[in-house]
Write a protein that binds this ligand. Sequence first.
Ligand code: NAP
Length: 296
Amino acid sequence: MNLSIGWIGAGKMGEAMIERLLDGGVSVSVWNRTPEKCAALIERGATAAATPAVAAAENVVFSIVLDDSALRDLYEREDGVLSGSATVWVDCSSVSPGAAKAAAEAAAAKGVKFVSAPVSGNPGVVRAGRLIFAVSGPPAAIDSARPYFDVIGRAVHVVGDSNQASVVKICTNALLGVLMETLSEVAILGEKSGVKREALLNFINDSAVGSPFSTYKTAALVNLDFTPTFTSEAQRKDLRLALSLADEAGASMPLVFATEKEFDRLVTSGVGAGLDIASAIAQVALDSEIEITPEN
Ligand SMILES: NC(=O)c1ccc[n+]([C@@H]2O[C@H](COP(=O)([O-])OP(=O)(O)OC[C@H]3O[C@@H](n4cnc5c(N)ncnc54)[C@H](OP(=O)(O)O)[C@@H]3O)[C@@H](O)[C@H]2O)c1
């Protein structure tokens, strides 16, 4: 099957997802706000689109951008995603249910079907073909997008027919933040009590409370490599989305509340600004008055 697609957003996640499409033989027309970031993709076979509308000349257009306001910019600008001829717009950004609903309404006004399809997995997970999608939207539009989901990732979870996927993603990433903070705290507690981080984390990973997440973050926590795959700022954004959704829904989230405070401090103190979420351990170490060094 000859597949082609329009793509908006070539950040860390977008770039890795487009690589999967190109490697799977899909033709990709790509637009990114900062065009230079598309250079490697174009060398690999993607076509440069001059505007979001040009990327949306394909029948199906995907996007993955930072946050609510970036998503809104995509359709509010004159040469935006809804000025093309795409009939299906699939957005994979982690945004609030309100932002997804507003994008769906703007799309519907132009006769375009909107699918909310946030993802779980970092760029390394994408490149390993292990990305999963939480998907909601009109069933026929989801069917149109399915061949692309299948090339990029490993599983599609259809969770509703409007903006429910953004709720699922927000809940998942609230848990992620709490896990990252807790892993950092126990690693420092262990070290302050005479246990090497690697020994402690290897035991946790082999126990019932270990997880794929604790396992793949272990290297970063042991070697103190905070090269960003998912930044502290993006994690803070997702914790805030969870708290704001909790407010609207009347749900109690004391742990998520406390975790947001920690990620906010991580960013504003400068300790984890622009770095991977694993840098949470550096803030906990500072607060615990212990100097940590790479173990390997
Ligand atoms: N990294 C992860 O592990 C991960 C995992 C799952 C989900 N996510 C979610 O995926 C999304 C992208 O994350 P990422 O890690 O790829 O972030 P990133 O590397 O910072 O990329 C952000 C992208 O958004 C674009 N953007 C930001 N503001 C914009 C605007 N006003 N108009 C148009 N484009 C705009 C950026 O364009 P420029 O290049 O011009 O700045 C870039 O393409 C986020 O919602 C994040 O929460 C990330």
